[in-house]
Write a protein that binds this ligand. Sequence first.
Ligand code: NAD
Ligand code: TYD
Length: 338
Amino acid sequence: MKNILVTGGAGFIGSNFVHYMLGRYDDVNIIVFDKLTYAGNMENLAPVADNPHYTFVHGDICDAAAVDAAMQAHDIDTIVNFAAETHVDRSLMEPGSFIQTDVYGTFVLLEAAKKFGVERYHQISTDEVYGEVMEGRSTETDRLEPRSPYSASKAGGDLLCLSYFTSFGLPVTITRGSNNIGPYQYPEKVVPLFITNAIDDKPLPLYGDGLQMRDYQYVQDHCAGIDVVLRKGTPGEIYNLGTGVETTNITMTKTILKMLGKPESLIQPVTDRPGHDRRYALDVSKIESLGWRTEFDFDRAIEATVKWYVENEDWWRKIKSGAAYEAYYARNYTGREV
Ligand code: NAD
Ligand code: TYD
């Protein structure tokens, strides 16, 4: 692993992965390949802008010529694919771009990986491909039962990856991560949305009864797990990647309010998301067998995340005051109060 193409590296988890890898190793080069959609932000990469081991390429993973050019120019031996449309609510409004990037874009990258004979193609996937899990925990061999256009697109990407392992012997690995939180997360996802709304004393729109459960994982733990799979994972294998502990949305919300010293009266119940998955829960014993462990439990993860948003108001205020964000917010939330 020397020259790593990090697609989607200007987004939330991708940029944290870039920081993680460059902070830890001085024998890898990171080439970020990113379309810079609404979720991509060069400010996420500003701390490494002058690092000689880092290069940025502006491009779309659906554009085979652009992907091939980057593969060739940077002598890529490893692809880590974070690039995706990622927000469930947006996938309910406009699913087309999810299918395009998360399925077709994955195919383009797999073709490039095959053509250039990479040592490893790693796909960043999600626990959402298992669908809602009312009891027990998902293991890597469970059936895929995605229920939103987002999770269905991600499941399609996973299946393509596995088919390239089976059919062509491409050394593919997949991690299925739980809900990540931490620095640089676009404030449409619930945790940064609720923290930043609470800072401004704005309502926190809680979907349905707030008893849905998610495994909130600190992004740095996720990045460490991806690194472990790149180094010790077996091609053709899938690894669940989360804390293995779930929290209800109402508990998560009250924890944020408490940490910020804000009243619970800011909680605004709104109509539920259609098809809302009630619970995700992962069995993470397989990745633990590679020596990886969660470092940030829920309280530490939320605390570190709240602290980052309090200390980095410039970063999120620029996003939240933009016309595109305001239009999205109005479209998703107007008239949903119950
Ligand atoms: P994000 O929305 O913050 O960032 C996505 C990045 O991909 C952006 O920089 C965007 O510009 C880029 N991108 C989008 N379409 C592209 C295209 N066609 N070509 C090139 N770049 C493109 O996403 P995130 O939350 O960092 O998620 C990263 C990956 O992790 C995704 O694959 C997602 O499915 C997966 N994942 C996310 C979570 C989570 O909690 N956020 C959990 C598990 C898995
Ligand atoms: P989200 O961050 O969108 O992640 P995902 O749906 O992919 O797990 O949402 C996390 C949980 O928070 C989910 O149960 C939906 C809920 N939620 C709200 O209650 N209000 C909101 O405004 C948002 C965006 C999500």
